[in-house]
Write a protein that binds this ligand. Sequence first.
Ligand SMILES: [Zn+2]
Length: 581
Amino acid sequence: MAFPAAFIDELIQKNPIDDVVGQYVTLKRHGSNLFGLCPFHSEKTPSFSVVPDKGMFYCFGCQKGGGVINFIMEQESLDYADAVRFLAKRAGMTVPEDEGRSSTYQRQERLWKLNREAARYFHDALSGQNAEQVRSYIERRGLSKGTVTRFGLGFAPDGWTNLIDAMAKLGYQKQDLLDAGLAVKTEKGSIYDRFRNRLMFPIIDLRGNVIGFGGRVMDDSTPKYLNSPDTIVFNKRKNLFALNIARKSKQGFLILTEGYMDAISLHQYGFDCAVASLGTSLTAEHATLMAKYTDKVVLTYDADAAGQNATQRAIAILEKAGLQVKVLRVEGAKDPDEFLKKYGADRFRLLLERSENHVEYQLQRLKSQFDLSQDEGKVEYIKAAADLIATRNSSVEREVFGGRIAETAGISTDVVKHEINRAFQRLKAQQKKRQERIDLQPATEIQPRSRSIRYSNIRSAAAEEQLLRILVAEPSLFAKTSGLTGGMFSSPLLGRAFDHLNRLHLEGQAPSLSSMGEEFSPEEASHLSYVISKDIGPVKEKELMDCLQVIRSEYEKQQSQSVPDLLAARARYQRTKGMGG
Ligand SMILES: [Zn+2]
């Protein structure tokens, strides 16, 4: 839908991009720009930039960019209209809406409210008559009253329509409960409560919305743990249990556990930095999410084989997101919850302090995989261990761990060192090759990567880009561009950007691309953001005139081309116009 331009203008003013982005990304100032770790791809060194005075962001790593609306579209997975509503809510503005429209965002709001009501219902049911069994379970698990309240635990009573009936009284339809994953539909079309006779754990996102539930059985039925399915407000791959609390922790690191019970138990014992994944294995999205709040993660998965395999996978994912990873081994108990009950918080803190750097942990694991009493086993172990250590960039680390390997295998340090060096050189050579492949794309090349917006005339496109930059920096120079239209640009995309800016200027708004979104596809917005973010130094009118001259002369050259060529060019312009809008 089209929002009034003045409304969008005010929306952009009231949501400064550095402010909005700063809620998701830690930004550091570098000159007039801000830099941080990109929220859209995993990285260890910041290549994500925000240019506050142009109202734009751009990532040099994954080439995503745009204005504040584009950022929210990407970050919150919303379409343009819902991103606008999101920002309006943030700034306390009222959205001029079409009557009776039901947007995704409005649907989401309804489900958040329903989930909150359901959580309240479950929580109240915990003190009801039929809840003795669950209350005694909570007592057996040693959960305090404070913990139960803090996490909003509840009880889904046995029966088929308890929740459906209770929510109907509050005005919710059966379809709402189906959409929220709180109810299930049979093949015959009857509807019943998904969660029955279960201890309920509400799952709360970072903005405090109840987005889903986990439920643990109170009898022998299966599955033992049941989660809400993914819905329009709940995505297991992108959310972590208790992160809403843990992100405020002062511990300086996060503890990642396998289940809610472990996380809750840790919180009760004072480790308020514990989080758990939601019945899925750890994803890259989880890692990126954690990296927003900390640079250290301690893994405390179950002691069994499944838990240890999950640990291996998690290490790789977390390292890739630039996190320092440590592994805490629970000794004498099957999981952190049991350990805490048996030995208490102080012993656990000791484990935490002694938790191994993940390299040590992986070496230990390797050791258990080979028979070191046999020569063959030794050779294999040293090779595998050398490969592992070669991935460490610090020579000190390689030295120290090399010594450990030698000791473990009962072999001279020199031999191990030599083996690590060879593996290290091999790795470097591979990395160099990869880097060279990237460098082949020259940095000076202005050609967009995306095929659909490639420039057909580089000379003209360079002038068109520069013209846009100058006009954004110095809007008074629009006066000099009379007679120029987007259709005269060799690049249809840059031409449309010019028309967009010109229109804003004529309407008395600041000509800025920060409100891009509705008429440009995300790909186009990213490229334009890249173009506009480039620094141009002091603006000179002379330079603008040069650009104009190039654009006009290239346009005239093209005009003298054959009619079919011309028609093709016009068709291209129309097509990309249709694509974005
Ligand atoms: Zn990126």
